[in-house]
Design a protein around this ligand. Structure first.
Ligand code: PLP
Length: 404
């Protein structure tokens, strides 16, 4: 009899958002007259920018003609897109990244899950707590996280780095030395960031102990404050210790269109072996490229019109974030985030658990948010609201919370 990957059996319940979805569906079925507003899942609501739509239409037309048709994309992605990324995301920030250090993908979720393929199973991972659950779950699937301790809601072989009010929502260097460090800034779910000097400390630490940092900058476009780094490669020495993940989902609304990229500098080596070569081998073997039309759409994000239009979308969401923060504060909540990220992180009132507060908001105000504990044990007692709704719904939701 064949055997399954038993690591999957260790995973607790279903993915956070499936649980939320089930609860909301059940509530709506029982209360069909209620107008339920979701400030829960981190999905965007604004349509693709006109420059992106124009590029899509024109690429679709190219696909209709044998002379301009495109089949399989090059392994690393089309050069027109990688050049736009190199120039706009890196050169403009004084960072020199080569074209063959950029790997185009279908998004940061796949990349953050797949990157583990190039690392041994016995590496020890460290994660911010709370954080985007995919890092831990995919490492659990790979057999890197030990056993799940249900009553503590944590894995036995993961270094959790608490990011709570007490640490100003930033991780502290861990006591135990990790091999792989996942950092996500601006952070999902807390919306927090760290300064360039703080990130430099992590880079220096990783280089000192021989760890690799997987830096998820999916929310880079939301950074509004000056001293917050846009890429880890702004830090000295980052090229010898860091991989960066990026996404087109949140800066340009590609959540349903799918596009992202990973940067692996050639200086990044483990015992002389370039991680860039390993990832190139993996990418070429297990991935057949993001579609041509989508890569053209991605290129359009970097056009003058595309930049201006996507900036406007980000501003729209950040205006929602401001509305949420101000509304919650006036209702007496303790809130953070929402300045460099589309996420507002609030303390649940009266010591309520994250899930109790979820039920309370759903049933009393018909608002869906995300329980903090779903992002890690230190998320207990917190709750995430996202700024990705429409302005009208955001206002309505905040008015309901104020009226509670
Ligand atoms: N990384 C973080 C931190 C996220 O919050 C998300 C989505 O919510 C992703 C990655 C996924 O990005 P993508 O849509 O590119 O797969």
């Amino acid at each position: 009899m064949y055997k399954i990957n038993e690591n999957y059996l260790k995973l607790p319940g279903s993915y956070l958002f499936s649980n939320i979805g089930k609860k909301v569906t059940a509530y709506k079925a029982a209360n069909p007259d209620k107008d339920v507003i979701s400030l829960g899942i981190g999905d965007v609501t604004q349509p693709l920018a006109p420059a992106v739509i124009e590029a899509l239409h024109s690429a679709v037309d190219e696909m209709a003609d044998a002379a301009t048709f495109h089949g399989y994309a090059p392994d690393l992605g089309y050069e027109f897109l990688r050049s736009a990324i190199r120039d706009n995301d890196y050169r403009e920030r004084g960072v020199d990244i080569a074209l063959d250090e950029i790997f185009i993908s279908d998004g940061a979720k796949s990349d953050s899950g797949n990157i583990g393929d190039i690392f041994a199973v016995d590496n020890k991972i460290a994660v911010c707590d709370p954080v985007y659950p995919v890092y831990v779950d995919t490492n659990a699937m790979a057999g890197r996280t030990g056993d799940y301790i249900a009553d503590e809601e944590r894995w036995s072989n993961v270094i959790y780095m608490p990011c709570t009010k007490e640490t100003n929502f930033a991780p502290e260097l861990p006591k135990e030395t990790p091999d792989i460090i996942y950092l996500c800034f601006p952070n999902n779910p807390t919306g927090s960031t760290i300064t360039k000097d703080q990130l430099q400390e992590w880079v220096d630490y990783a280089n000192k102990v021989g760890a690799v940092i997987i830096y998820d900058a999916a929310y880079e476009a939301y950074i509004s404050e000056e001293n917050v780094p846009h890429t880890i490669y702004e830090c000295d020495g980052a090229k010898t210790c860091a991989i960066e993940l990026r996404s087109f989902s949140k800066n340009a609304g590609f959540t349903g269109t799918r596009l992202g990229f990973t940067v692996i500098p050639k200086e990044l080596k483990s015992n002389g072996v370039m991680l860039n070569s390993l990832w190139a081998r993996r990418h070429g073997t297990k991935f057949n490229g993001a579609p041509y039309i989508i890569q053209r759409a991605g290129e359009a994000v970097y056009s003058e019109a595309g930049k201006a239009q996507t900036k406007q979308q980000v501003a729209y969401y950040m205006n929602n974030a401001k509305t949420i923060i101000e509304g919650l504060k006036s209702a007496g909540y303790t809130v953070s985030g929402g300045v460099n990220a589309p996420y507002v992180w609030l303390e649940t009132p009266d010591g309520m658990s994250s899930w109790d507060f979820f039920d309370y908001l759903l049933t009393k105000a018909n608002i869906v948010g995300t329980p903090g504990s779903g992002f890690g044990p230190s998320g207990e007692g917190y709750f995430r609201l996202t700024a990705f709704g429409t302005y009208e719904n955001t206002l309505k939701a905040i008015d309901r919370i104020k009226a509670l």
